[in-house]
Design a protein around this ligand. Sequence first.
Ligand code: UT7
Length: 323
Amino acid sequence: MIRSVVKGIGAAKPARVVKNADLEGIVETSDEWIVQRTGIRQRYIAGEGETTASLGEAAARAALDNAGLTPDDIDLIILATSTPDNTFPASAVDIQARLGMTHGFAFDMQAVCSGFVYAVTTADLYIRGGMAKRVLVIGAETFSRILDWNDRTTCVLFGDGAGALILEASEGRGLTSDRGVLTANLRSDGSHKEKLYVDGGPSSTQTVGHLRMEGREVFKHAVGMITDVIEASFSEAGITAEDIDWFVPHQANKRIIDASAKKLHLAEEKVVITVDQHGNTSAASVPLALATAVADGRIKQGDLVLLEAMGGGFTWGAVLLRW
Ligand code: UT7
């Protein structure tokens, strides 16, 4: 059977680092509160000239270099983002043009913090369906541009960045020992849409709007939703937590990650945590964490890797893949 196998990975961050202490002059907060409640120590904030498309392009180029490929080798670009440069066209086509790619096709995918997990799942379906041989999957965000910088309950949590993964069609045997995407499970429940949303948009207010979140409510649902969808992946693949080499969760809050790992009996040393370095970068957080763990030598070819995300909508999902 056809499997979607990882060929390369890359990441890009804005030039400017903003430490927790730097936020103490903007809203009434403290480094101590942010670290204790979230595990975040710093985030990157896009400056002039840095946008979702420019960060996505940089991450894409890094992934192409890592794979030893050029834009000519790519058939499809899927960009997971909730902060596109424009309402339309999709920032994916902007990245396509920036890469000098005049063939193939590109589109954006909107599932907020679960965007990258949704995009990897979609890429896998295009590959297994035979419509694409190599897909560039990007998660890129500039959440700093939709934050209410007077709202301390949200502005300290998010940051900007991008990560990219290249998936390629490869022959597998239909076993969990195959390399590539093994299972994907996606969920959404729109009845929670007011717990995490942006209060503007083209068809409602004709403005971009600002992020609004009932943090405690999101927290309350997060661990149960994450563990449910992961347990579904385990039973589909016929594996247990012990088989997992690396758990690479959405990087929103270290307390949510720790609680989910504990409930799933995933050993602490298998959990990749980068939220301290870049805060919650929504659709970029999973590929940023992945890129970090590949670059520092933790994730190696043949490792069983579990990706997970949960966010606005609510949307949530899990992807199990062998690197
Ligand atoms: O990526 C999408 C998914 N999103 C998430 O996963 C976010 C989920 N939620 C969370 O991570 C947490 O709920 C937060 C980090 C947002 C908040 O942590 P919490 O432990 O749930 O705190 P809380 O909302 O219950 O607030 C506790 C106190 C409040 O004061 P009172 O009412 O107890 O007097 C807040 O006003 O902390 C106060 N507070 C702050 N204090 C200092 C809220 N924000 C801040 C702040 N600095 N930035």
